[in-house]
Design a protein around this ligand. Structure first.
Ligand SMILES: Nc1ncnc2c1ncn2[C@@H]1O[C@H](COP(=O)(O)OP(=O)(O)OP(=O)(O)O)[C@@H](O)[C@H]1O
Ligand SMILES: [Mg+2]
Length: 230
């Protein structure tokens, strides 16, 4: 589904991503771990085309996409839940969900299944995004990314600053989406237990490089908890 090969990225003179390669497959959760500032968000933004890469390639569904715009990548089926959620505070929940459909034709409805996944959003359709709790905003950000029915869902630290009960709900949703079998999920996380529970495959980054990788079920035995401990 997603194949990233040897990508390098710079912010000005700082070499941030160093020869990063990995794959993400349909029906699997690929977890990206690493301490603060190692380049996780930069990698995810590079996948979406929000920051340019200097070299390397990104293929999605067999097609090179690393020269395409973020808009084209979204149209191709890549969905992104940014770190910090980036909800439009003054727009309603419904309007935020419609933003997720902005590149589809004007009449595309918000899929009703989204409200089965996140029932709380149905009750709050007319409420402003800025008036939701952090956890509800995170659910809204995930729902917004799911609205156009992406083939790949990329999530950047969805548990950051969220209360435990909603973290559990979000974990269940991610597992359910993976089990459907047709969507690949890339999950960047610093909350180790959450990451380990969901990971089919994992990668650990340090200073812009992938320093460890393997199967989720082997994470504990391979000492990943210690690698990312703060
Ligand atoms: N727009 C930018 N311009 C210059 N440097 C940046 C920019 N954004 C990030 N950086 C630097 O790039 C490095 C990687 O940042 P990045 O946000 O990708 O890390 P991260 O792993 O997502 O961290 P966190 O866990 O805190 O979210 C850091 O040293 C950061 O200071
Ligand atoms: Mg980050």
């Amino acid at each position: 589904m997603l194949s990233v090969k040897n990508i390098h990225q710079y912010y000005g003179g700082s070499h941030i991503l160093r020869d990063v390669s990995f794959e993400a497959h349909a029906g699997k959760v690929t977890v990206l771990l690493g301490r603060n500032g190692v380049g996780k968000t930069t990698l995810l933004k590079s996948l979406m085309g929000l920051v340019p890469i200097k070299s390397g390639s990104i293929e999605f569904d067999g097609v090179p996409i690393h020269k395409k715009t973020p808009y084209d990548r979204a149209r191709a089926g890549m969905g992104f839940v940014p770190q910090g959620r980036e909800i439009f505070a003054r727009l309603t929940v419904e309007e935020n969900l419609r933003m997720g459909l902005a590149y589809k034709s004007g009449s595309t409805p918000v899929p009703p299944e989204l409200f089965e996944v996140f029932p709380v959003l149905k009750q709050m359709l007319n409420r402003r995004g800025g008036d939701l709790s952090g956890g509800q905003q995170q659910q809204l950000a995930i729902a917004r990314a799911l609205a156009p029915n992406p083939k790949l869902l990329i999530l950047d630290e969805p548990t950051e600053g969220i209360q435990p009960s909603i973290i559990k709900d979000i974990g269940r949703v991610i597992r359910m989406l993976a089990e459907r079998g047709d969507m690949a999920i890339v999950l960047c996380e610093q909350y180790y237990d959450f990451a380990q529970e969901l990971a089919d495959d994992y990668l650990v980054m340090e200073r812009g490089e992938v320093i460890a990788r393997g199967l989720g079920k082997d994470m504990e035995a391979q000492g990943v908890r210690q690698l990312v401990a703060i």
